[in-house]
Design a protein around this ligand. Structure first.
Ligand code: ARG
Length: 576
């Protein structure tokens, strides 16, 4: 198979080679040349800032080093211009022929130019992971949407991905739920909305346990019975899990999210004592106030409790058992854990202990801030818990209104389908277009803005291109764009072509940094450039030949938008 590189990688390789030629044997060993796109097109298409950092190692002024590179790169087929700038920067302008060729390749290139950097490697993405008998809260929504985008991004880069929904299906809450279920249940409510009723029962039982000592004791006994494998309790527990999964799965179906594994915490229950043994063998286990702990004071991470005084195991213990199981079964190079910021400490602790126990896998906590929902966003909001279903319903309702007014000629079924794509897409994109670690406030106006950085904007830009292509096909039924010479004539055309050719770079950086918003930024920028192009360059009325070339270009833009949105889990309908 042909090895795909991105333009920045290709230029970086060229820079590296020129440095090796100009300074044989003296480059620092870990040095890797890097090239990035310019922020300002007046500085060319790409730039290299390495000379500043090399000055010391090469005992030369940055400008002197840059001059050498510029000299070496004269006549490089990809470059129309290589220029020295400022104290030692290098600016590159791509040659138009080379760029044209490169853009054209995208028509047939597998994966639209995304290099398969993950080939032969496995990544486990642990995401969504809601807790049984509790509705998904906004944190789980974000985990689901961000985790799913990371899942898709990694697959696009050639990784084997194991998407694992690490359900919170085991733990002390089940004693309380069992007590509540047996004594406080409203059967009708359970029929109507199982998870909400289970949660109500749990909360009520928890309240009672605070007021009533015997209730608490009874709940503890139920838990012990469950853990000891009591048949009746086990059957009820299974029922709780099934009811919850039924509800979660409805949401996953609406969000088009699929997991390879749904292994809850319970799956690792039998492996928990073995973790204590491992810790003992490694000399890491200490007793503190009756609990078993790993002391991480030296790392300034406090203590990590692995077994409570009452013998119960902790969240960290389960995560340790889980990591060993995953390492053994899948040999992943990386495991990603996608949760909200409140779990940072837990993951720092658990990663440290895992390392001490010899886990070599790269463990990454991809955390995100909590999303704020202004009071008025959502009518059925209860405290911090919002029901995802109602949020999605509302999104689809608003999108349907939008589609009905913008496309009254579409059939009601089509309108429904488009509204689903736009509504769900808006929710996802509002989440994914932000730096996950910044605090975001969700508003419908922003999420659904037709003129801003939103899913509807991108979907609209995409649909607009498809309709131009359809018009072309209707007006020129004999036309064969794929046979016309492809050319980038106007500066705007060149800019659009260059952006299309950068798709692979955008996907790579979003994947490598675990930040889907880098891809969202790219898509928004591409759509904006298209919009300017659309307004200022004639295509259907352009002269024959040029017209066909433009059809090829805009089709590439549309396909790039489709693929890019797809990696964010967002549909791109042909009409909106
Ligand atoms: N169930 C947990 C929660 O709702 C999230 C689990 C995240 N994954 C993990 N391996 N700890 O907070």
């Amino acid at each position: 198979m042909q090895k795909i590189t991105t333009i920045d990688q290709e230029l970086a390789q060229a820079v590296h080679l020129s440095l090796e030629n100009a300074f044989p044997g003296v480059l620092p060993e870990d040095f890797q040349a890097s090239v990035m796109r310019t922020a300002d097109p007046r500085h060319g298409d790409y730039q290299c800032n390495d000379c500043m950092q090399l000055a010391k190692a090469l005992r030369q002024a940055p400008r002197g080093i840059a001059e050498k590179i510029v000299e070496e790169l004269q006549g490089h087929p990809a470059l129309a211009k290589v220029e020295l700038a400022g104290p030692g920067f290098i600016n590159f302008t791509l040659s138009s022929e080379w760029l044209t060729e490169r853009v054209l390749q995208l028509e047939t290139l597998e994966g639209r130019g995304v290099p398969a950097i993950g080939e032969g490697q496995t990544v486990v993405v642990d995401y969504s992971s809601p807790n049984v008998a509790k509705p998904m809260h906004i944190g789980h929504i974000r985990s689901t949407v961000i985790g799913n985008a990371l899942d898709r991004l990694h697959r696009a880069c050639g990784y084997t991905v194991i998407a694992d929904n690490h359900l919170g299906d085991w733990g002390t809450q089940f004693g309380l739920i069992l007590m509540g279920y047996r004594n406080l249940l409203d059967k009708e409510a359970l029929e109507a909305s199982p998870v909400a009723e289970l949660e109500r029962v749990y909360v009520a039982s928890y309240q009672k346990s605070k007021e009533d000592e015997t209730w608490l004791t009874a709940a503890r006994e139920e838990l012990v019975k469950l853990q000891a494998g009591d048949e009746e309790n086990l059957a009820l527990w299974k029922k709780f899990v099934e009811l919850s999964l039924l509800e979660f799965n409805k949401i996953y179906a609406r969000l088009d999210v699929r997991f390879d594994l749904e292994r809850g915490e319970s799956f690792y229950n039998d492996a928990l004592p073995g973790i204590l043994e491992k810790l003992t063998a490694a000399g890491l286990l200490e007793e503190s106030e009756g609990a078993q702990i790993v002391n991480l004071e030296e790392e300034k991470l406090g203590v990590c409790i692995v077994q409570k005084r009452d013998g119960g195991f902790n969240y960290a213990t389960t995560d340790l058992a889980t990591v060993f199981s995953r390492v053994e079964e899948f040999s992943p190079s990386t495991i990603l854990y996608v949760t909200d910021e409140r779990q940072q400490r837990h993951f720092q602790q658990f990663f440290h202990v895992a390392k001490k126990l010899g886990v070599k896998t790269n463990l990454e906590h991809v955390w995100f801030g909590l999303m704020r929902l202004p009071e008025a966003t959502f009518s059925t909001r209860e405290g911090n818990v919002i029901k995802l279903e109602a949020l999605l319903d509302e999104a689809e309702r608003r999108a349907l209104e939008m589609v009905q007014s913008s496309s009254p000629h579409l059939s009601p079924e089509t309108q429904q389908a488009v509204a689903k794509a736009v509504g769900i897409g808006s929710i996802k994109y509002a989440d994914l277009s932000q730096n996950p670690q910044s605090l975001v406030t969700f508003t419908w106006e922003k999420a659904m803005a037709l003129d801003g950085n939103s899913a509807p904007y991108l979907q609209y830009a995409h649909a607009r291109i498809r309709s131009v292509l359809d018009k072309y096909a209707a007006q020129f039924p004999e036309g064969k764009p794929e046979e016309a010479p492809f050319q980038l004539i106007e500066p705007l055309e060149r800019e659009l072509g260059l952006k299309v050719a950068r798709y692979g770079e955008a996907v790579l950086s979003a994947t490598r940094n675990y930040r889907p918003n880098l891809l969202a930024d790219y898509l928004f920028d591409l759509a904006q450039t298209y919009s300017t192009y659309h307004q200022s360059i004639p295509f259907l009325r352009a002269e024959p030949g040029v017209r066909e070339s433009r059809m090829r270009l805009i089709k590439l833009v549309a396909d790039t938008l489709t693929d890019g949105l797809n990696l964010l889990g967002i549909e791109a309908p042909n009409r909106i």
